[in-house]
Design a protein around this ligand. Structure first.
Ligand code: BTN
Length: 258
């Protein structure tokens, strides 16, 4: 609390020791008709059923990371899942860098250090009436987790801030810094409908632009390609397997650094 500098983001919060998933908890409350205040944050020490994109299991060992969900209740239909995911990535990366943590964004929703994943973002939308919806933004960050807290199959691929930097960090301080950045970016976006700064940070901190990547299609097929650019609408421009320029919309495919 003493680190929180925001006006409204995180001023209302719910804290759980153990919960299945903070995103699931928010969705349950909304479907029961609860009104959730704009900018509320749901946070926990551990999740028993955390999940990520494509419904993959998300490991959330006790007290070693940040597992939380930001809830937005905004009318502006222009603020969509893609924009909010890129805004969240920019906030996380910029905050971590303010702690001298050299993090990168792997478009559209992964946070990396030294070519290994330390965090992910999962943005969902839930409608509660024809014109009202909530944006549910789940963020998972491995902060002080040790190597033995990762299951074997993830060891080559996932890491924590502490493993990569050799230091432990105060989770509350990192959380509050992310919330401040997020609130500032969101206010800018609402005021000017301009998300150049968010795009610029996503380009600057990208670990795939200009590099070879591997695309995994939903049907399991894969191909190698090059990430050419991040377009002004937030999609990733690549060369497809026939050599043609193509725009990928976030969420369609899974990407690996190759
Ligand atoms: C991904 O990398 O695919 C996204 C991972 C998102 C994990 C967070 S942890 C808090 C929130 N609750 C969940 O069940 N998932 C998100």
């Amino acid at each position: 609390q003493k680190f929180l500098k925001t006006l409204y983001l995180g001023r209302d919060y719910r804290y759980y020791n153990v919960i299945d998933s903070t995103n699931k908890e928010v969705k349950r409350l909304i479907s029961k008709g609860h009104n959730i205040k704009n900018g509320s944050v749901f946070i926990c020490e551990t999740q028993t059923n955390g999940y990520g994109k494509f419904n993959r299991k998300w490991h959330s060992p006790e007290k070693s990371g940040l597992w939380f969900t930001i809830v937005l209740n905004i009318e502006d239909a222009d603020i969509d899942i893609t924009k909010i995911t890129l805004l969240t990535g920019a906030s996380v990366c910029q905050s971590l860098r303010s702690f001298n943590i050299d993090s990168y964004i792997k478009w559209p929703n992964d946070i990396y250090i030294n070519n290994k994943k330390i965090g992910g973002i999962l943005t969902e939308r839930m409608w509660c009436s024809q014109e009202r919806s909530y944006l549910i933004i789940g963020i998972g960050l491995n902060i002080n987790s040790t190597e033995d807290s990762f299951p074997k199959e993830l060891k080559d691929y996932a890491t924590s801030i502490s493993i990569e930097t050799g230091k432990n960090f105060c989770r509350a301080e990192i959380l509050c810094s992310i919330l401040s950045c997020f609130e500032n970016f969101l206010d800018d976006l609402k005021r000017s409908a301009n998300y150049d700064k968010i795009l610029e940070l996503n380009r600057k901190y990208s670990n795939i632009l200009g590099k070879k990547i591997k695309i995994l299609n939903p049907d399991g097929s894969t191909y190698e390609t090059e990430a050419l650019a991040l377009s002004d609408n937030g999609s990733l421009v690549i060369r497809d397997n026939l050599g043609k320029r193509k725009e990928l919309i976030s969420g369609e495919v899974s990407i690996r650094c190759s």
